[in-house]
Design a protein around this ligand. Structure first.
Ligand code: AHR
Length: 499
């Protein structure tokens, strides 16, 4: 059996986990909102029309912050359409997804939903067809005390929305109102300035690159941060991985290496801008859209030439066990960058490339395979990420000369709990040995495993086909944790007494 070693020492810390890395994303796209979180008339709907079955799964998933309302949708969105009495809200063409937007869910409804779900909101403003004026008015509507026109339209206490994205994927030619880096950088700076004049307590996210293969990647971040330095608390990066772009499962399982490099590149670029500005400020990274997305097989998702309809099913990908392992590797990658990545959003939350699926017209809701690694990470990766020393066999694959069969990290909860997260990328078992140094005499409390048929998935007919199981046979002996990681598996090893 192949073997791998991890050295874990509480003195080797990376940073405390910002709980906002366990974020997600609700866009007015497909059936994420309508038929996803919201479906009046569904047997589980509450008085506000929100599906309780979906809400329960969201709570159980452990999502902390949810980005809204887009996505590409936001670049053509007039937020004023979504407030006030539902009966008077206009039906509009949504050009991003060739859909009819009924505006039955808007800012107040979403913010009410976040309270039910126990999550914080992250609102994006339209930098495509709108700009500074609409953005500052939305901040006033959400956060200003009563006594001015927009705040009074709210008719309730201020929401205190803290995190705001200045646009979405403005580097992408597909974006409505796409801009070059100089135009966007200047606009983001002025918009952020005005938003902060309304509410100085807000945190702002400027748009970075839509993916690492964008021709402008690197130069975009450099220019935008140079021009919008004063307002950029965070810079976004988006990363979707399409299984169809990889020739083999081995190559697909190494997809997180791209995100790892992307994070390093954006951090280095932000620090280079800081140096030019003689600033010691470290801009944080917001990976506010990431996931596996079967983009090539669902190429028609933009619905070009199709009629405009309400909530068409779009990119409702069914996720396999292999997809869940890639999601697990990405989660570990985000945790290993806890010093720099302070927010991240699994995109999206329901139906649209989502960990939660639901059927409309009274149908059920269920957990996809990708639900489980996210849930485990959100539940157990709280505390300080440790820099683990890792020795493991490697394999070569397309564009990656040496991929470790083991992707791993460890999080110490500050008390006596330590959790190791590990993905075995190999198609054979891996004997894991962890040298747990200076952490008392811990014992293995639990070994959770997600594995099995790599193509297995959960569906409406078989909602519980894939789920985590408990491993046995792991043990801690004389400061060494030994466990067998099954072929192609996600593993959570929870130690107690590691104080
Ligand atoms: O999440 C789906 C889409 O992917 C979003 O609308 C856009 O921001 C990204 O390209």
């Amino acid at each position: 059996m192949q073997g791998a070693t991890l050295v874990i020492d509480p003195a080797l810390t990376i940073a405390d986990v910002d709980e906002r890395v366990f974020g997600s994303f609700v866009e007015h796209m497909g059936r994420c909102v309508y038929g996803g979180i919201y479906e009046p008339g569904h047997p589980s709907a509450d008085a506000d029309g929100f599906r309780r079955d979906v809400l329960e799964l969201v709570r159980e998933l452990g999502v902390t912050i949810v980005r809204y309302p887009g996505g590409n949708f936001v670049s053509g969105y007039d937020w004023e359409d979504g407030i006030g009495r539902r009966e008077s809200r206009p039906r509009r063409l949504d050009l991003a997804w060739r859909s009819i937007e009924t505006n039955q869910v808007g800012t107040d409804d979403f913010l009410a939903w976040t309270r039910k779900a126990g999550v914080d909101p992250m609102l994006a403003v339209n930098m495509g067809t709108r700009g500074l004026d609409a953005a500052r008015r939305l901040v006033e509507y959400c956060n200003a005390p009563a006594g001015t026109a927009w705040a009074d339209r709210r008719g309730r206490d201020p929401y205190g929305v803290r995190v705001w994205c200045i646009g979405n994927e403005m580097d992408g030619p597909w974006q409505i109102g796409h801009k070059d880096a100089v135009t966007y950088g200047k606009l983001a700076n002025e918009t952020g300035k005005a938003m902060r004049l309304v509410d100085p307590s807000i945190e702002l996210v400027v748009c970075g690159s839509s993916h690492s293969r964008m021709p402008t990647f690197g130069a975009w971040e450099d220019t935008v941060l140079d021009l919008a330095w004063d307002v950029a608390d965070h810079i976004s990066l988006h990363a979707y991985y399409d299984p169809a772009r990889f020739d083999t499962a081995e190559a697909f399982l190494a997809a997180s290496l791209d995100l790892d490099r992307m994070i390093d590149t954006v951090a280095a670029t932000a620090d280079a801008v800081a140096a030019r500005k003689r600033s010691d400020r470290r801009v944080s990274l917001s990976v506010d859209e990431w996931n596996v997305w079967y983009q090539t097989p669902t190429e028609a998702f933009e619905r070009r030439g199709e009629p405009f309809v309400e909530a068409p099913p779009l990119i409702e990908d069914t996720y396999t066990v292999t997809d869940a392992l890639v999601v697990g590797c990405i989660l570990i990658t985000l945790l290993r960058h806890a010093d720099r990545v302070h927010m991240a959003c699994l995109a999206q939350l329901v139906n649209v490339i989502a960990p939660i699926r639901s059927e409309s017209r009274g149908g059920p809701a269920w957990r996809q395979t990708t639900y489980f690694p996210f849930q485990h990470a959100s539940q157990y990766a709280r505390g300080t990420v440790l820099r683990v020393e890792l020795q493991a066999p490697t394999y070569p694959t397309e564009g990656e000369p040496a991929v470790s069969v083991l992707e791993a990290t460890a999080v110490h909860d500050g008390g006596n709990g330590l959790t190791v997260f590990a993905v075995n990328r190999a198609d054979e078992p891996l004997a894991l040995r962890c040298l747990v140094q200076r952490l008392g005499s811990p014992e293995l409390a639990e070994h959770l495993i997600l594995d099995g048929d790599p193509q297995a998935a959960n569906t409406a007919d078989e909602p519980d086909r894939v789920g985590p199981r408990r491993g046995d046979g792991g043990r801690v002996d004389a400061g060494e944790l030994h466990a067998e990681l099954p072929p192609r598996s996600w593993n959570v090893l929870r130690l107690r007494g590691a104080g």
